[in-house]
Each structure stands twice: as C-alpha cells, then as structure tokens.
Design a protein around this ligand. Sequence first.
Ligand code: AOF
Ligand code: ZN
Length: 361
Amino acid sequence: METNKDRDYLQRCFQLALQGAGNVAPNPMVGAVLVYNDVIIGEGYHQKYGEAHAEVNCINKALEHHAELIGKATLYVSLEPCSHYGKTPPCADLIIRHKIPKVVIGCRDSFAAVNGKGVERLQNAGITVVEHVLEKEAIELNKRFFTFHRLKRPYIILKWAQTRNQIIASGTDTRLMITSEITNRLVHRWRTEESAIMVGAGTAMKDDPLLDNRNWYGRPPLKIVVSASGKLPEGLRMFQSGADTFIFNTRKEEEQNGKRFLRVSAAQFLEDMLNRLYRLQVQSILVEGGQRLLQSFIDAGLWDEARVITNTVMLAHGGLEAPKLHRHQLIKVQHLVTDEIAVYKNDKNQLINSDGESALL
Ligand code: AOF
Ligand code: ZN
C-alpha cells in the first residue's frame, strides 16, 4: 500500500529528475532517493546521457555517510530500475547487491529492453516492489521519452507567437517581432529542453534566425530546416553557429561543411522525416514555424503539444494568419509581461486519457 510519505518522496524524485532536463535525452529524466526511518540518506539523478543512472548516484551518495543503513532503507525511483546492459550495467542488480529490501517506483520503463523486467528481477530477489505511486505524474515527467517509444517518432511541440488578432507574420519580407524580451528568453529555455528546433525554409530565409539557445544556459539543440529543394543561401546566420544542422529535402543525401542533407519522399514528407529522426534518436522537436509547416503538422495529427504566445498588439491588416488547431485541449495559461502563453495538447495523442488511464499500460 502506498502512503502520503511515499508520494512525498516520489515528488522529491521528480524534482531531482528535472535537474537533468536538456542533458539526458534520448534517455529519460530519472530521480531517486533512499530513505531510512523517514530520513533521506541519499539522493541522486541521471545527470547526463551515457553516464550513471539515478539509482547509482543515489546509492553512491548514501555510501559516503550511511553505508550501514542502505540494507535497511527504502529506495524511491521515479522510473522502474533498468535490467539491461546499456551504456551502464543494470540498476536492478545494484539494488539487489546492496540488499535494499523495498523499492517504490512511479511508473514502468516502456523501453523494450526493460518494460517490466526490472520489477521482475527485483521481485525474484525477494525485494518488495510498490508500483503506480504518482504514476500519471511520472509518465508526464517523461512525456518525450514515452511518446518516442510508443509512437516511434519524436515528441512534437509546436510553437508560434501571434498578435491579439491572430496574425503571426507580416505579409511582406520583413520580420515581425511579437514577443517581449523576457518571453524570448523563455523560448530559449524551451529550445534548451528539446533535442532539436525545426523551421521551414521560408522562415529560415525571411527571419534569418540563429536558431540557438544563446539566452539560456545549456546544450544547444540540433537545428533542422525543412526545404523541399534543399537550396538555402550559404550566408544564413544559422550556418555560422556551432550546433549540427539537418536539412530535410527531396533531392539529395549528403554532408557538406557541417550541414547534413537528408532526403525524404515528397509524398510522405512529414512521416519520412519523423521516421528518420526517430532512427537518429532525436527524442523531441520544437517546431517554430512558419505557418505552413505548423499547419501541415496539425493537419496530419502529428503533434503532441502547442505553445501559443499571444501579445496585446493588434495588427491592422495584411498579415499571415496563425495556424488553426483541431482536436485540442487547453492545459494551462501563463502570463509574462505583455504576453499570454497558452499550452494545448493534442487530444488524440495523450499519454493519459480523460478517464485518467494510461496509454502505456
Ligand atoms: C534507470 N535509471 O536513471 C535511467 C534509466 O544506455 P544506458 O545504460 O544509459 O541505458 C539507457 C536506458 O536506461 C534508457 O533507454 C531507459 O530505458 C533507462 N534509463 N533507467 O534505471 C535511470 N536514466
Ligand atoms: Zn539503470
């Protein structure tokens, strides 16, 4: 049976897990705490892709000062401990070796190599496993990871900024700046949290964006441009900065001074592109425009989340209208200076449906 304390300790696991945001993909974010007699004796989280898992860091911390208590403690982990040899050895074996008698987990790991086998291994060793504690929250925490494995494509976040009368761009060749300086920073944070940023060729040329995360701390995301012809001016600012750039096009497959051209079919552009990104382990993308690209993701039902920034400005006429969402659900609204930020989810692709059931179970 789970208790309120179990939920509190798992909440702590979530807080810890989030410290890994932006650094662990395509792995999930995971946090762990070891508790003896209602006192936390060790904490840890998965800090970086390819490095130690949460359980390892947590147990190592406890070993520093409370080694003698580990065999009597309860381990809380936001995700089922792994049972496979990946870049690191199985966490389940480590838990067994340290004779930890009880493990409380948020949700199972849907990665095929684990998926229930971690729990089974612990139980076979006589360990008490309590499951499904704050399960919905645990799934939501790793919405990118679970969507990636369930749908075999990246988690797709659409983002655009619009005026009060839903105009997203000027009708001319000039760039329309809608959001406040502080919202621009937030967008840089969003970029840091995803594996890649994507724009269409029109936006790449009209706005000439740097497509980086210079106003936030963290790893720069991969840059992706969608351009049927694959023809883009050499002088674009995004080509001057560091991170890798992919150009999805229908003509060529080659690599040229740090730019990687990936060829996809014209008839199945989006599907092919997402399939390639899945195979390249790109776990999530932030699609930042333009209007046509955003609308094509929406019309194909290929999106998970939309973040719509609306400013108080009204633009009289001549602008390009914002994309239109179908089958969406408003999740939250937040205000930042003169901007309103609304987050919508795609009704169809929810990991947790409106009855509170998980699509993963
Ligand atoms: C855990 N704890 O903190 C994480 C887990 O290549 P590896 O060894 O890093 O394994 C990656 C897989 O391990 C990843 O796909 C996911 O299934 C699981 N991640 N498991 O027990 C952790 N990050
Ligand atoms: Zn592990």
